[in-house]
Design a protein around this ligand. Structure first.
Ligand code: PGA
Length: 263
């Protein structure tokens, strides 16, 4: 796991957008896994800038979003479909038919989940999966106790997540209790993974998943089992890490490290 500690949210967003842009430039028809939330919105803003000012071309990419609330139609302002349209898709040149976000108002969520997994397979699998992390250590909506082998399915949200996400709704009672989410196993199938996190409120979860044991109680810790994970944190999110000096030394000597390990 490569840990990159940025000074602040802006730098974190620039670094993570740079990694996504590098993936797209290397493989024009990359399949991206995308996340929603406050964390990646700065990254998406920077991707929009790269598209508008530097011509970053999204016309051949496919994207699959991690999750969606059950019961919210795609045009609902609190849906993740809507978030993706507003924060990214409508500002860049992705092809709508290639923008996959789980459908929260499907009649048959279980069948939908199987279809979604199939679509990811047919696309050739995800090249780069972008993730945020919840205060309880979740990735996507894989709440504590989720199987580390889980696939896309329906999940009930944990109380902590409902409280965290209530800031987007008029009242906490309006937060949907159920979601469609990619599983931990689905996420681990991606060829590369990029997790972004910022703010003091994420410090404990970051320390646990980066330096603690692999456990279904902190589903992000499953990323320790994946060979190509980059974590980009701001200083606040990194504040509880024990080995900060080591990560910073590697970041500051990257060229030397790349030469030694041949990457
Ligand atoms: P946030 O959500 O980016 O809005 O903090 C992250 C998450 O819950 O996965």
């Amino acid at each position: 796991m490569e840990i990159v500690i940025a000074h602040d949210y802006e730098e974190m967003s620039k670094i993570s957008a740079g990694l996504i842009a590098a993936q797209i430039r290397k493989k024009h028809d990359s399949v991206l896994g995308l996340a929603t939330g406050d964390t990646p919105s700065g990254t998406y803003k920077e991707l929009v800038r790269l598209h508008k000012e530097e011509g970053l071309d999204f016309s051949k990419i496919k994207s699959f979003n991690l999750d969606e609330y059950i019961g919210l139609a795609p045009l609902h302002p609190n849906s993740y479909n809507y978030f993706m349209q507003e924060n990214l898709f409508k500002h860049i040149n992705t092809v709508p038919a290639n923008e996959f976000v789980p459908q929260g108002n499907t009649d048959d969520p279980e069948e939908f989940c199987a279809w979604y997994e199939q679509k990811i397979l047919e696309a050739g699998g995800i090249d780069l999966q972008v993730l945020g992390i919840g205060r309880n250590g979740h990735i996507a909506f894989n709440e504590p106790g989720s199987s580390l082998a889980s696939r896309t399915r329906v999940k009930a949200l944990a109380q902590k997540t409902i409280e965290d996400n209530s800031r987007f709704f008029e009242s906490i009672d309006q937060v949907p209790r159920f979601v469609i989410t990619m599983g931990v196993g689905t996420i681990l199938d991606a060829r590369k993974i990029l997790l972004v996190a910022n703010g003091k409120k994420k410090a404990e979860a970051c320390a646990k998943f980066i330096e603690g044991p692999v456990t279904s109680q902190v589903t992000a810790s499953a990323l320790q089992l994946h060979p190509f994970v980059t974590v980009v944190l701001d200083e606040e999110a990194a504040s509880a890490l024990q080995r900060k000096e080591y990560y910073n030394w590697i970041r500051d000597h990257k060229q030397l490290v790349q030469k030694k390990i041949g990457r």
